[in-house]
Design a protein around this ligand. Structure first.
Ligand code: ADP
Ligand code: MG
Length: 493
């Protein structure tokens, strides 16, 4: 939350109200080409290099529906438990903006692809089911570029590379009651869509964008308040900040006797505030009508069944399997299914390690810590899943102590070498062999007559001192359990 500004209610006053939140999420489908034409929509290409007559809205150019986009949208619909309609329709949403050459966006309106879905969400304080009203397909608009050019303050430029990119819009019911719930919903949605294969949901590339609808009502009030809509939030942190700000702002407006207007607001990322952009349009402002250039979208029962059959395992099912198969905690299962890549990595590491609980700990602890510090994704990990499994196996066999294993891991991460190679090259194995430790222990006892006398005089705590000496003499390589036993035997005997 940014510093409180004038016009924001304080927490005690906010607590007398209940926020109501519904989210509209746009997700870019992972196709090679655009939704109604043949040009590609790769990210980061030079401006207007990915256009064609359909995208440019040239007279006579006609849209043809990308069937791969439809299949991905159907998969996404199933992943969010929607009912897929056998018959849906495209519609024109008419508005003027420089990044929309045709003067209308092809979307779906009264007959969307899918409806009546839900997702189960969990956040710090609770869990619930959030309803999903609908999923519909539409084309993306282009981008207006306001900076980066020498004449930037005076001119804006239009880049149509993104225009016509295939999107699905997922509209939730107004079922969320706090910013934390909204973020939990987004996390779950992002995960299931990623796992379904419909999209990578990479927010930095604009593949997942969120509009947040927010209203507040006094506790116990049966009616919803008037909502504002905050457009185009492109990170979960911004979603949270924007919702918290908006709740505090609306409560302050109502408390001062004012009214909340139905409006579209923009989030100012630098200040953490929202500002009014325009009065919110109603759907009749868009003059929707059925798209005459496209036939209705018919999804046969066969097609639906085969997409359902080929759908990969989704996070809820995978979490349940992990609990059962690997005997790990619910929390661990959640972390390890946070992305397809993490889940794949963990399963492979567990297989190589032979101890899944230990593998789970290493993935979540050392590995994720090192990846975070290096700013790397798990796919870019210098330590492969098999290599991590190999390290865990060495600990399991007693070749490495936990402490040594951490040193070895750091070297694996820095060099990409296997645990075995490093252990061999550096002689880093754990010494558990009594024969090897015997001489070292003898020397230590000989050179510490004072401590030996103390021990024999009943001060058993001195044992820790001797173990420390053994560890030091072996550069940390002695097996502390074995050293402990041997010391006891030598001193007590
Ligand atoms: P529009 O296209 O005008 O934004 P939609 O019906 O597509 O309208 O989306 C409305 C979104 O706003 C949905 O996510 C819905 O859950 C949410 N919503 C509707 N009424 C309220 C309200 N009073 N407070 C908060 N959210 C609301
Ligand atoms: Mg909207």
């Amino acid at each position: 939350m940014p510093a409180l500004e004038a016009g924001l209610a304080d927490p005690a006053t906010i607590a007398m109200y209940e926020p109501v939140i519904g989210l509209e999420v746009h997700i870019q489908l992972k196709t090679r080409t655009k939704i109604f034409s043949h040009s590609t929509h790769r990210f980061g290409q030079s401006p207007n290099s990915q256009t064609d007559p359909v995208v440019l809205g040239l007279p006579g150019a006609l849209p043809v529906l990308n069937q791969e986009a439809v299949s991905l949208a159907i998969g996404a619909s199933l992943a969010i438990n929607c009912r897929v309609n056998g018959f849906s329709r495209f519609a024109r949403k008419n508005y003027f903006y420089p990044d929309l050459p045709k003067g209308y966006q092809i979307s779906q309106y009264d007959q969307p692809l899918a409806e009546h879905g839900w997702l189960d969400i969990r956040w710090e304080e609770g869990s619930k089911r959030v309803g999903i009203t609908r999923l519909h397909m539409e084309e993306d608009a282009g981008k207006t570029v306001h900076d980066g050019y020498s004449d930037s303050p005076r001119y804006s430029y239009v880049d149509l590379n993104r225009a016509g990119a295939p999107l699905c819009e997922i509209v939730s019911e107004p079922d969320m009651r706090s910013a934390d719930e909204a973020v939990a919903y987004l996390n779950e949605l992002k995960q299931v869509i990623q796992f379904s294969g419909a999209s990578d949901c990479d927010m930095e590339k604009g593949q997942l964008r969120c509009d947040a609808n927010i209203s507040v009502r006094r506790l116990g009030d049966p009616e919803f308040g008037t909502r504002s809509e905050i457009k185009n939030l492109n990170s979960f942190r911004f979603v949270k900040q924007a919702i918290q700000y908006e709740i505090a702002r609306q409560v302050a407006v109502l408390e001062s006797g004012g009214t909340v207007f139905q409006e579209t607001r923009l989030f100012n990322t630098a200040r953490g505030t929202t500002t009014s952009m325009r009065g919110k349009e109603d759907s009749h402002d868009y003059r929707y009508f059925p798209e005459p250039d496209l036939p209705p979208l018919v999804v046969t029962a066969d097609r639906l069944a085969s997409i359902r059959e080929e759908l990969p395992e989704l996070p809820p099912a995978m979490r349940a399997r992990f609990l059962e198969q690997y005997r790990i905690s619910e929390y661990d299962a959640r972390v390890l299914t946070s992305s397809v890549e993490t889940a794949r990595y963990f399963e492979q590491a567990a297989k190589s390690a032979g101890n899944s609980k230990a593998a789970a700990n290493w993935v979540q602890g050392e590995l994720m810590g090192a990846l975070n510090a290096a700013g790397k994704n798990i796919e870019e990990s210098p330590v492969s899943a098999d290599a991590l499994g190999g390290l865990v196996a060495l600990v399991e066999q007693g070749t490495l102590s936990g402490k040594l294993a951490k040193q070895v891991f750091a070297k694996m991460f820095a060099t990409g070498k296997s645990a075995k190679e490093i252990v061999k090259a550096e002689g880093l194995r754990q010494i558990s062999d009594a024969g090897e430790l015997d001489g070292i222990i003898g020397k230590i006892l000989d050179s510490s007559p004072k401590q030996v006398a103390q021990y024999k005089g009943g001060k058993k705590g001195v044992l820790g001192y001797f173990v420390g000496q053994v560890m030091r003499a072996t550069r940390g390589q002695a097996n502390p359990r074995v050293a402990n036993q041997m010391l006891r035997k030598a001193l007590d005997g």
